[in-house]
Design a protein around this ligand. Sequence first.
Ligand SMILES: Nc1ncnc2c1ncn2[C@@H]1O[C@H](COP(=O)(O)OP(=O)(O)OP(=O)(O)O)[C@@H](O)[C@H]1O
Ligand SMILES: O=P(O)(O)O[C@@H]1O[C@H]([C@H](O)CO)[C@@H](O)[C@H](O)[C@@H]1O
Length: 147
Amino acid sequence: MASGALALPRPLVFTNGVFDILHRGHVTYLAAARTLGASLVVGLNSDDSVRRLGKGADRPINPQADRALVIAALASVDAVLLFGEDTPCELIARIRPDIYVKGGDYDIDALPEAEMVRGWGGQAYALPFESGYSTTALIARTRAAPC
Ligand SMILES: Nc1ncnc2c1ncn2[C@@H]1O[C@H](COP(=O)(O)OP(=O)(O)OP(=O)(O)O)[C@@H](O)[C@H]1O
Ligand SMILES: O=P(O)(O)O[C@@H]1O[C@H]([C@H](O)CO)[C@@H](O)[C@H](O)[C@@H]1O
């Protein structure tokens, strides 16, 4: 239940993602997100939600419980909330964050999540992207590595 997120200090920063295999880009962007407010909540796609996203037939590699534990262990993250829908919009409507962020691989102005948060006077930002770091690239490198 997202009501627990309401008890976190404000301004509350919200972001979301799959976070299948944690990498440097995730860590630096979440650390940057946390600096924008007094708390950071991460919406995490459930396994079923990930399977509908079309990232690959074998995705997620890591089940939701493991992905949630890894992200929650980061010092920058105050709470992790699973969502099963295709987008985090329902979750965002429930917790009404003050700031919405995604990494720089997104056009923040094109996202319905940003429109929602801006709609109640909040802010939305795309944060710097660490090029060369993605879960997909990690998986590809692992599979191509000589035995
Ligand atoms: N290299 C990166 N630098 C900064 N932010 C990133 C980077 N990669 C992903 N992010 C951000 O992390 C969040 C989670 O993204 P996601 O789990 O899709 O990572 P990914 O590595 O792109 O995974 P995949 O390759 O499976 O799409 C998103 O908000 C995304 O913008
Ligand atoms: O890890 P990803 O693929 O960056 O996470 C997705 O982000 C989408 C984004 O917020 C645009 O809507 C979201 O819709 C999707 O559910 C994943 O969280």
